[in-house]
Design a protein around this ligand. Structure first.
Ligand SMILES: Cc1cc2nc3c(=O)[nH]c(=O)nc-3n(C[C@H](O)[C@H](O)[C@H](O)COP(=O)(O)OP(=O)(O)OC[C@H]3O[C@@H](n4cnc5c(N)ncnc54)[C@H](O)[C@@H]3O)c2cc1C
Length: 480
């Protein structure tokens, strides 16, 4: 099967519907260099400033391409940094500079290197993972890790602030503001430079301050504003299914924290979630205990209680210091690009099934999208078009489709019933499975297997599933 056929058959990553583009460019215009304007003194470009340009020349003679990134999480921070480094006039709008995104904060090793994450912002290096089955059989994972390999645990308020500040150092204009809406360029306008006008409330850091209404004219927009993206709404990007994830930060006694020093736990079972897993992740001075579900959102508190109960001996004496919940997208939105607007990270819907991982994919998609803009604009010298932004989607789907597909299948097979979960945990004891899983997670690639080991694994998996189903039938007989 050719890769293009494979892409189309995977509805989770379906291509955005073709969008009829604007008429061919016939003119370009000069604009004032400072595009940041307020409603009171906004300097609308007058038609007198318009100059004729050659049909084939989309260059911007007197200014740089202006791009706004909405949202300063990992997707936004990395997009803004790449744009600013690439010579683009960059604006990053973030509503809350100390935002503590509800998140487990687990990042793969490759993110540390690829995104130059300083080691001192990684709270914990997890080298041991316990996978715990519905009947509380615990399997230790991590035996195959090499001495330098680990899963990083970060606090999101620290990581996000670091990535935003680095973007600022490279020249991005970081604005503390709440993006409200945007006016799209006039449809059918023959002016290829017709701007997007963003409306936002700018805060000056005053506690309780209501902020100032502002507008900003830009040539392109990257929506990195998370699962409830307003940018996605502005371009009619459509909805996605989502899981609701619930998490409690629990401060446990120091002697209990020793156990979680470099260890994380994953619990599976109908009690903790009908379609996901419960977790205990170590943070700087506490643990994060959480769970998620797509299918039974109304029961999330019941699942959380069950997760806490399963870990109760290890977190005994703990005090809940924070309770948080947030949606996790289940698959990409039907549309991820429209004209000169692109979605990245959670706004686009890039969280993997099965593991619920999205930090690396957010940062990576932000960077890829920004690279496509830098390249398409010749480092900010030319106007970009939808076709330039689409290069990011093509690259993204080609690189990550197999990862999403494999995890989607794994979730469907192994998270559907307790017998299947028992089989899953049993399978995780296999060193070959551990190596394949960790290599795929840590380095973000679907690792090609060893055919003989794959065959052995398939036989073992079927064996585990058959045994687990037989066990379930016996259990059912006992309870009748
Ligand atoms: C409970 C939970 C646990 C998770 N655990 C993990 C994990 O351990 N590892 C992992 O890899 N992933 C995890 N995820 C997923 C991960 O959190 C997301 O995939 C990731 O945060 C996506 O990054 P992002 O930059 O796309 O969006 P976000 O991190 O959501 O950032 C969006 C930013 O936009 C800002 N914003 C939103 N609206 C506006 C607006 N109108 N104007 C201005 N700013 C705006 C927000 O303040 C925020 O800073 C978890 C998710 C949840 C809910």
């Amino acid at each position: 099967m050719s890769s293009s056929v494979a892409f189309k058959s995977f509805t989770g990553l379906r291509q955005s519907p073709a969008v009829v583009g604007p008429p061919p460019p016939s003119s370009t215009q000069l604009s004032l260099p400072n595009s940041l304007t307020t409603t009171s003194h906004r300097s609308r470009r007058s038609s007198s400033l318009q100059i004729a340009a050659a049909l084939s020349s989309p260059t911007l003679p007197n200014r740089k391409l202006r791009v706004a990134v909405i949202g300063g999480g990992p997707a936004g921070g990395s997009a803004a940094e790449t744009l600013a480094k690439g010579g683009i006039e960059t604006y990053l709008i973030e509503r809350k500079m100390d935002n503590c995104k509800p998140c487990g904060g687990a990042i793969p090793l490759c993110m540390v290197g690829e995104f130059d994450i300083p080691l001192d912002i990684i709270d914990r290096r997890v080298t041991k993972m316990k996978m715990i089955s519905p009947s509380n059989v615990a399997v230790d994972i991590g035996r195959t890790l090499k001495p330098h390999e680990y899963i990083g645990m970060v606090r999101r308020e620290v990581l996000d602030a670091y990535m935003r500040e680095r973007a600022e150092k490279f020249g991005a204009n970081v604005i503390n503001g709440l993006f409200l809406k945007m006016d799209l360029p006039e449809k059918g306008s023959r002016n290829v430079e017709s701007p997007y006008v963003l409306h936002y409330t700018e805060y000056d850091g005053t506690v309780g301050g209501t902020g100032q209404k502002r507008t900003l004219e830009v040539d392109a927009v990257i929506g990195a504003d998370g699962a409830n993206s307003r940018v996605a709404k502005s371009i009619g990007a459509g909805d996605y299914d989502y899981a609701i994830a619930f998490q409690e930060r629990i401060k446990i006694p120091d002697e209990k924290m020793v156990y979680y020093e470099n260890l994380a736990e994953m619990y599976v079972g109908d009690d903790v979630s009908p379609d996901f897993y419960g977790w205990v992740f170590p943070k700087s001075d506490h643990v994060a205990v959480g769970t998620g579900t797509v299918t039974h959102k109304g029961d999330i508190k019941k699942f959380q209680l069950a997760t806490r109960n399963r870990a109760k001996d290890k977190i005994l004496g703990g005090k809940i210091i924070r309770v948080e919940a947030h949606p996790i997208p289940e698959h990409p939105r039907p549309r991820r690009i429209l004209d000169r607007v692109a979605l990245v990270g959670d706004a686009a819907g890039y969280v993997t099934k099965c593991s619920g991982e999205g930090i690396y994919f957010a940062a990576k998609s932000g960077r890829m999208c920004a690279e496509a803009i830098v390249e398409g604009s010749g480092e900010g010298k030319r106007m970009v078009e939808e076709s330039d932004l689409r290069k990011y989607l093509e690259k993204w789907d080609k690189a990550y489709w197999p990862t999403y597909k494999v995890l989607d299948v794994l979730q469907k097979v192994f998270y559907r019933s307790n017998p299947a979960r028992e089989a899953f945990v049993e399978m995780c004891a296999d060193e070959y499975v551990q190596k394949m899983t960790f290599d795929s997670y840590l380095y973000k690639r679907v690792v090609p297997g060893n055919p003989l080991e794959d065959l052995k694994l398939a036989v073992n998996t079927i064996g585990s599933l058959v045994r687990a189903n037989a066990l379930r039938r016996e259990m059912e007989k006992l309870t009748l």
